[in-house]
Design a protein around this ligand. Sequence first.
Ligand SMILES: [Fe+2]
Length: 305
Amino acid sequence: MPQTLAAPGLTTGHAPFVEEARNRGDLYITQDYSLYSEENHEVWRQLYRRIRPRWERYANPHFLHGLEVLNLPPDRIPRHSEINDRLRPLTGFQARAVSGYVPVFLFFDCLHRREFPTTITIRPPEQIDYIPEPDIFHDLAGHVPMHTDPAFANTLVRFGDCAHTACELTAGIRDREERKRRLKNIVRALSRVFWFTVEFGLMRGPAGRPVAYGSGLLSSYGELQHAIESEEVQRSPAQLEWMIHQEASDEYQPLLFVVDSFDQLFDMVDRLERWMREGRLNYVAPGRSEIKDSDLEGFLNASYR
Ligand SMILES: [Fe+2]
């Protein structure tokens, strides 16, 4: 009797297809949809079913609208192609499959080109509550619905521009160590502002209560409620200077920043670039986000006219 072979699965940490690509040095890959196992789809179903009522309660209206227009499936892992077909006409953004960690410059450069590096693996069932690295639920359900909003999408592009400005401003520094030190400070500032907005941002909601737009919150069943309801969280009006010098936490964030609108967010990233040009990001408080030397390579090697 012919045997049906079960799909090997695209489970985070146990996905030979992705690991082989990484070993070959291939960053950009395809989403081979046939490789998802039934268990992978079941994890997506559970994550979606559990968090949906919390989205209704705690997510910002732009995100809820994004879910609707993308028609994100609740019962199976989405195909990148179907999401991209609906996303492209709205803001020009595209999810692009990657094999794993994307070095910082490349990541921001993708945003500059309206591409969003997107993981294809999904967490194993035993890590349904928390997984340190991004998976497809974080990327496609947490990030991508926000990319349907033109003002938010334009802000992501401004983040990408900032990475290019960092290269341009440091390209002429002849002392390589000083150039690396300067870049490390600027990139730390850039990463922190991204962290406290795109990943963990809150926005003033319709009833005056904050709602979430950061994807780290929108993809976490536990932290989404905690961010809005808990007394243990400080919720401050967005202040660029504070964000730049504030260390990120790898636990639930004790401090979150609230914007009024995505236009305000766009202006903040604009100001960040101005401060970079004025030298105000040359000395930034140490601590997380820590920038590794290997992450500076992309900035050092980018060519500038
Ligand atoms: Fe993320």
